[in-house]
Ligand binder design. Structure first.
Ligand SMILES: NC(=O)C1=CN([C@@H]2O[C@H](COP(=O)(O)OP(=O)(O)OC[C@H]3O[C@@H](n4cnc5c(N)ncnc54)[C@H](O)[C@@H]3O)[C@@H](O)[C@H]2O)[C@@H](O)CC1
Ligand SMILES: [K+]
Length: 234
């Protein structure tokens, strides 16, 4: 499958929501459920820790936590903000995860200074899932995001990135400072063009493309030169 820019993938989401009347929460559910099923097959004994940011990448993380729990995994969440501070689809899924009894610990900005305690929190798991930042990221990493990525990279656990490894520019493959070093990346809709850069390999690991349920017609009608997604034209 051909790679797309972050902007092109965001356009897929927008068109699905606006013109195809697909609720954003359905797209997020498809993304999260699809990713959770692959994570389960890769790591059937995972005791998972999901790192959740403030945006919809974090929203995917809350969905994945719920589906991993359904699949029998022990799972907990380390979030950069409280559920009340979230909005939209991410908030809905955080509320559901909370109601499902999944432990959600909010990591305060001051923990930025406490590298050892972050490393200890991340040390209790054998599978760290990066739901910190996706296509809405504006480098470089700020505050607690940078500290969480550093601590995750020091862990012996399997590392799994959602959509884009946090800190990697999905369009250029550049890393300013540090980026999450994933063993596997669950990327939504299509691989991102930045993944094709040579230096990106050590951050993306094995790339798995997860569909979010948008109609093939939508993808076909995107204004992409040479039908970039490589779909049949009829
Ligand atoms: N309906 C949709 O739009 C869908 C979105 N999806 C997910 O949503 C993601 C995009 O979500 P968003 O647009 O909310 O963006 P993100 O979740 O990537 O990030 C947005 C948040 O990160 C903060 N931020 C940006 N750069 C930062 C930096 N360098 N340091 C610290 N904080 C930073 C912003 O202030 C904002 O709060 C996709 O990558 C994908 O994972 C999927 O759920 C599929 C459906
Ligand atoms: K991510």
């Amino acid at each position: 499958m051909q790679a797309l820019t972050c902007e092109q993938v965001r356009r897929v989401d927008e068109i699905a929501i606006r013109d195809y009347q697909m609720p954003g929460i359905v797209l997020m559910e498809n993304a999260g459920r699809g990713a959770a099923e692959i994570i389960h097959s890769l790591c059937p004994d995972a005791t998972a820790l999901v790192l959740c940011g403030r945006g919809n990448n974090g929203g995917d993380g809350y969905v994945i936590a719920r589906h991993l729990q359904i699949l029998g995994h022990e799972v907990s969440i380390l979030a950069v903000c409280a559920v009340d501070e979230l909005s939209g689809d991410a908030k809905v899924n955080a509320v559901i995860a909370d109601a499902a009894g999944i432990e959600i610990e909010v990591i305060e900005e001051k923990a930025n200074q406490e590298g050892t305690s972050l490393a200890m929190k991340l040390g209790k798991t054998n599978c760290i899932i990066d739901g910190l930042l996706g296509t809405g990221a504006k480098p470089p990493l700020r505050g607690i995001y940078a500290a969480l990525v550093s601590a995750a990279n020091e862990s012996d656990a399997m590392r799994i990135a959602l959509d884009i490894p946090t800190g990697l520019d999905g369009d250029t493959g550049e890393v300013i400072g540090e980026a999450f070093r994933a063993d596997h990346t669950m990327t939504f809709v299509a691989p991102k063009v930045g993944f094709q850069q040579k230096n990106a390999d050590e951050f993306v690991g094995v790339v798995h493309v997860v569909g979010i349920g948008v109609p093939t017609k939508l993808i076909r009608e995107l204004d992409l030169p040479n039908n970039e997604l490589g779909l049949p034209k009829n």
